[in-house]
Design a protein around this ligand. Structure first.
Ligand SMILES: C[S@@+](CC[C@H](N)C(=O)[O-])C[C@H]1O[C@@H](n2cnc3c(N)ncnc32)[C@H](O)[C@@H]1O
Length: 215
């Protein structure tokens, strides 16, 4: 008899604090036979008896692993930090298996939290990732944006942002938002010229905001 293949459930787990995990996320994780987890999320849902597989850095490899577990009729649940719609494995998973074979449970994004801390709306923000490598965008691409969120807790990311700020010219304010929702959360305004070389948490977002939007 053919095995029934279940939809892959992709679950947004919020920016870190347990109280930012939604009840819907918790319920979805509870259905898992197989949990695909990053290093950061591997301690979540400790009572869930599912097999845990580290998502690692080999995207093609983890997609093959998901396919084989799904072919066995097992319920695969992929945990994503924040919201799956922002720089997560959701995109390659949906591309490989198809929208009709995936269900996405939204989560609270670290980007949402960063803007909330400044009391700013963000429907017009440009969101870019320097999480694992420097973005290919230039100041010319980003100049029209009044609000820019750069994801990436790496000193080289800060050096890239410092160069971007030089090219963008004056008038922007810069906020370094680290470890959002976690006990060590820190949000500080930084002079653009001080950014390069600052030690930074691996969980960090830099918000670059046109000064007049904060007045
Ligand atoms: C691969 S991206 C995933 C983003 C995630 N999907 C989201 O919506 O928050 C990882 C980046 O998210 C940001 N991030 C995640 N959690 C964070 C936190 N608690 N505080 C600050 N930034 C965080 C960092 O910029 C990190 O480099």
């Amino acid at each position: 008899m053919a095995v029934e293949k279940k939809k892959i459930i992709i679950v947004g787990c919020g920016p870190g604090a347990v109280d930012c995990i939604t009840p819907a996320a918790e319920a979805a994780a509870g259905k898992a036979d197989v949990l695909i987890v990053s290093q950061r999320l591997k301690y979540l849902f400790p009572k869930c008896p599912a097999e845990r597989i580290d998502s690692g850095t080999d995207v093609a490899g983890i997609l093959d692993t998901i396919a084989s577990r799904r072919d066995d009729g097992r319920q695969v649940v992929l945990l994503a930090t924040g919201d799956p719609g922002i720089f997560s494995l959701a995109k390659p998973v949906i591309r490989r298996f198809g929208r009709e074979n995936c269900e996405v449970i939204p989560g609270i994004s670290s980007v949402q939290v960063a803007f909330a801390r400044l009391g700013l709306d963000w429907q017009d923000a440009r969101i870019i990732s320097a999480h694992s490598s420097e973005p290919e965008m230039t100041a010319a691409d980003l100049r029209p944006a009044g609000k820019i969120a750069v994801l990436g807790g790496r000193e080289t990311a800060l050096a890239w942002i410092a160069g971007l700020l030089r090219d963008l010219g004056s008038g922007r304010r810069v906020f370094l938002c680290e470890d959002l929702t976690l006990p060590g959360e820190r949000i500080r305004e930084v002079a653009p010229t001080d950014l390069a070389g600052l030690p930074v948490s691996s969980r960090a977002i830099v918000l670059i905001i046109q000064g007049e939007l904060l007045s």
